[in-house]
Design a protein around this ligand. Structure first.
Ligand code: AMP
Length: 218
């Protein structure tokens, strides 16, 4: 199964994708993580992407498509995949559909996580990440045991540069303008589109997500 997770920044796509992938052995393709890794490694691609990421703008389609294509090549055929942060606009969605079609695949289901801007801004302002293991914490929803310290490996938690309030506003605007129209795109295609409230607790949202996708551990 190929599932696209859509939703504004801060709605919980990353957290929900990790829980889903861990529980059911799915692969995750997270374009934001791939770009941050390229940036941190100092590659040319990473340096180019950084200029856009810092402003909360979308990185060029060609660059993103290239990254996703490379990543897809590493997966075994038949692997279930959840896409988080991709596609992000209609041009990416069209190219992606064609890419999958050439290998006889399609997006089966789309999950739209939804929350109001005030909830998202509050969440993002309290979001902290671990530089070594990538774990994400949130002051209001999933706080670390010791403030500022990763529960898993003791790393000093930091705030992503693009989580600063001025950039967050732009990211939300970009989402509403560029990404939200993909809901209609997928509704018109053959994918099943599920709308799930992203403001309840992590556990409640995860249960709703699994129910929507028809997944159960038993
Ligand atoms: P995210 O972690 O998904 O919020 O992504 C962080 C930043 O990476 C975004 O604000 C964009 O600058 C960039 N980015 C991630 N995914 C994409 C994509 N599919 N297309 C263009 N830019 C992207």
């Amino acid at each position: 199964m190929h599932v696209v997770l859509l939703g504004p920044p801060g709605v919980g796509k990353g957290t929900q994708g990790i829980l889903l992938a861990d529980a059911f052995g799915w692969e995750r393709i997270v374009t934001g993580d791939l770009l941050r890794a390229a940036r941190d490694a100092g590659t040319e691609l990473g340096r180019e992407a950084q200029q856009y990421m810092a402003r909360g703008e979308l990185v060029h389609d060609q660059l993103i498509i290239g990254i996703v294509q490379e990543k897809l090549k590493t997966l075994t055929l038949g692997t279930n995949v959840v896409f988080d942060g991709f596609p992000r606009n209609s041009s990416q969605a069209l190219t992606f559909s064609m890419m999958l079609q050439t290998v006889g695949l399609a997006i089966d289901q789309v999950v739209v996580l939804e929350a109001d801007d005030d909830v998202l801004i509050k969440r993002i302002s309290g979001r902290r990440s671990c530089p070594s293991c990538g774990a994400v914490y949130n002051q209001s929803l999933a706080s670390p045991i010791r403030e500022g310290v990763c529960d898993t490996d003791g790393g000093a938690l930091f705030r992503r540069a693009d989580d600063e309030p001025s950039t967050v506003r732009n990211r939300l605007e970009v989402y509403r303008r560029e990404t939200e129209p993909l809901i209609a795109y997928y509704e018109k295609s053959h994918a099943l589109v599920h709308h799930i409230a992203g403001s309840p607790s992590v556990e409640v949202v995860q249960t709703a997500l699994r129910d929507a996708l028809g997944l159960s551990l038993s």
